[in-house]
Design a protein around this ligand. Structure first.
Ligand SMILES: Nc1ncnc2c1ncn2[C@@H]1O[C@H](COP(=O)(O)OP(=O)(O)O)[C@@H](O)[C@H]1O
Ligand SMILES: [Mg+2]
Length: 225
């Protein structure tokens, strides 16, 4: 069993999805399968509305699929108790989603302190420097630009030291140079911590920096790399 970031095995299957299907008003996708191993990164690209975010919500257990199975750390998600699933989410999954807002009444640093306290990991000052948020870190979240808030969310997630990072357009508000720096940071994090990442992006250049690339198109997940 895997708790927090304490277990490390490069060949370990972090996530395995089998034959996932989901329908809202119309069928978004069917028979989608993928596997994520330690130190691996997967990018999912596709046009707007193809169901990328929905797929990421399903993979990260925020949404139940109509059909199919998800295994996290070799445990069948549909068979987990609520308590165990909450524990896995808290200790092992890191979400960088637009909808996962920072606490607005707090400073950026206080937001990181919450993650630091909950996970008992220190805040890494060099991480803040690399993300270029070391100088604005004591400002209130509401005083930061969209791009700064996005980088604080990334710092918060990495402070938690998750085993799997799920990121939905994590660099959408960043300039090209910063976006590449953020990607490098994610890759280094995965490499150094035996973690894995699933990234949704419309930016093919960033996507192809990942080890595997899939396109969600015509309701299927096609492997491009
Ligand atoms: N909670 C929901 N209820 C109903 N329809 C939804 C919901 N979430 C997404 N959709 C619809 O599913 C489709 C795919 O959305 P989404 O997964 O966000 O695609 P993408 O991220 O590729 O742009 C869209 O048509 C969207 O309106
Ligand atoms: Mg989306």
């Amino acid at each position: 069993m895997l708790f927090g970031n304490k277990c490390y095995n490069p060949s370990m299957n972090l996530l395995s999805a089998k034959n996932l299907s989901h329908t809202f008003e119309y069928e978004l996708f069917s028979d989608v399968s993928l596997e994520l191993h330690a130190k691996e990164s997967i990018a999912i690209i596709g046009v707007s509305g193809s169901g990328k975010s929905t797929l990421l919500h399903i993979l990260s257990t925020l949404l139940k699929p109509d059909d199919g199975e998800i295994f996290l750390f070799n445990e069948d998600v549909s068979k987990l108790s609520k308590k165990r699933l909450t524990q896995i989410k808290r200790d092992s999954l890191g979400l960088v989603f637009q909808s996962h807002y920072l606490f607005k009444g707090f400073s950026a640093y206080e937001n990181l302190e919450v993650a630091s306290l909950l996970s008992q990991n220190d805040i890494d000052d060099s991480l803040l420097k690399r993300l270029g948020i070391d100088t604005c870190i004591h400002q209130k979240v509401t005083q930061l630009s969209g791009g700064q808030q996005q980088r604080v969310s990334i710092a918060r997630v990495l402070t938690k030291k998750p085993n799997i990072i799920f990121a939905d357009e994590p660099t959408g508000n960043l300039d090209k140079e910063t976006a590449h720096e953020v990607m490098e940071l994610f890759f280094e994090y995965c490499e150094n911590n035996g973690a894995g990442m699933i990234l949704v992006t419309h930016d093919e250049t960033l996507a192809f920096k990942c080890k595997k690339v899939y396109r969600l198109e015509n309701k299927k997940l096609e492997m491009l790399k």
